[in-house]
Design a protein around this ligand. Structure first.
Ligand code: SF4
Length: 381
């Protein structure tokens, strides 16, 4: 909960027009907090080709894809009237640790006037103190009423996020077995929209339960689905507009996808309060040790470890997604080819960049699905 307090603190430190980048259904969480605490906000338009092109235009080609898209989100939000940007920070060795500074410089060079709040990737008291100056002026814009509304706003935002993630997880299972998978997509859109609109804890839980009941009504085809783990760079795993809706594409081919990253688990990890989760991560890290003797950074070791875990759990395969030019995940990709051979688990590595990869991805997915079927039926060792 303290982690959520931290996010709220940085999200709501002023009567301003706050904006934030898109990351899957995270916008429902951010919106809920801003709305419940009475903080005006501007939701960036959904990420599209145009968003990516804006980001590409103002950066050079070697820059990480997530930075380009996030920059595009911010430019679109500033053009729509936002004046305060909330961005998650990080630290070395990954380039994400420099995103906030890089984006700030680019936006300033472009002539935008804005205020900036960095949410530390790891919540420590030092991080709070470091941000104190950044937020001093903005805090004066808050009223007592805003402060009093914070605790409820946090609870509402957190509960919505947990339900969103739960429903997305159920959708990933159901679309693999649904007689008409498009019904699952329609159901998910409606369920997320209803959660977005719910204004109380009771309403959220009612919407969530009703949505689960509605999902259970969707007819199934009765065949056993394949099961894969999706691992890789966090942003690529969580943002469907970047990963070309790979969960859906696989689901429509009868493959159940388990995602390695959810926004709530990153918050819980960053807060360092959930000791169980930290222990789990440390144990997971150990699984990568036979292949990686040191921590490469970002999710690299976890991509390897989760692949080992997928084999242990008897999954049919692993999909590894990452932005083209991502340093840690390019390392993971080369290690994963060894892991896949040694453990005998199919791994599909997908470096993602431009949108025109759509058709290539479909072909790769089809071949991957065929391989998993052949392995399952014993026609391939
Ligand atoms: S993990 Fe990859 S994409 Fe993300 S900041 Fe690091 S290098 Fe860039």
């Amino acid at each position: 909960m303290e982690s959520a307090v931290a996010i709220l603190y940085f999200l709501c430190v002023g009567i301003m027009k706050v904006t934030f980048p898109h990351l899957g259904s995270m916008y429902i969480f951010c919106k809920a907090i801003a709305e419940e605490a009475g903080i005006p906000y501007v939701l960036p338009p959904p990420t599209t080709d145009k968003t990516r092109e804006i980001g590409e235009f103002h950066t050079n080609e070697s820059v990480c894809l997530p930075l380009k898209i996030i920059l595009g989100n911010f430019i679109e939000a500033l053009d729509a009237g936002a004046d305060t940007i909330v961005m998650v920070g990080s630290g070395p060795p990954c380039r994400l640790g420099l995103y906030d500074r890089t984006i700030k410089i680019i936006l300033t060079d472009l002539g935008y006037e804005f205020r900036w709040l960095t949410i530390p990737g790891i919540f420590t008291w030092q991080a709070f103190l470091q941000n104190h100056d950044e937020t001093k002026e903005l805090r004066r814009e808050l009223t007592i009423a805003n402060f009093l509304k914070f605790p409820r706003a946090i609870m509402i935002g957190w509960r919505k996020m947990r339900w969103c993630e739960h429903l997305e997880g159920l959708a990933a299972k159901k679309r693999a077995v649904a007689a008409y998978p498009l019904e699952v997509e329609r159901w998910l859109q409606e369920a997320l929209a209803a959660l977005d609109k719910a204004r109380s804890l009771l309403a959220i839980s009612r919407v969530g339960k009703k949505s689960v009941d509605a999902l259970n009504e969707i007819k199934e085809h009765g065949r056993k689905p394949l099961k894969v783990m999706m691992v890789g760079e966090v942003y690529t795993v969580m943002e469907p507009s970047i990963n070309m809706n790979i969960e859906q594409r696989l689901g429509h081919q009868g493959v159940e996808v388990e995602r390695s990253s959810y926004f709530s688990s990153h918050i819980r990890r960053g807060s360092r309060l959930d000791k169980g989760l930290l222990k789990e991560r440390a144990e997971l890290m150990e699984l990568a040790v036979p292949y990686l003797k040191y921590d490469v950074g970002a999710e690299c070791n976890f991509s390897v470890a989760e692949t080992v875990l997928a084999k242990k759990r008897d999954y049919d395969g692993v999909v590894h997604v990452y932005p083209f030019s991502c340093m840690p995940e390019t390392t993971a990709a080369s290690v994963l080819s060894t892991v896949a051979t040694e453990l005998g688990i199919p791994v599909l590595s997908l470096p993602l960049d431009r949108k025109d990869m759509g058709l290539r991805i479909d072909t790769q997915i089809e071949a991957f699905v065929d391989i998993m079927h052949m392995k399952r039926s014993g026609h391939l060792l």
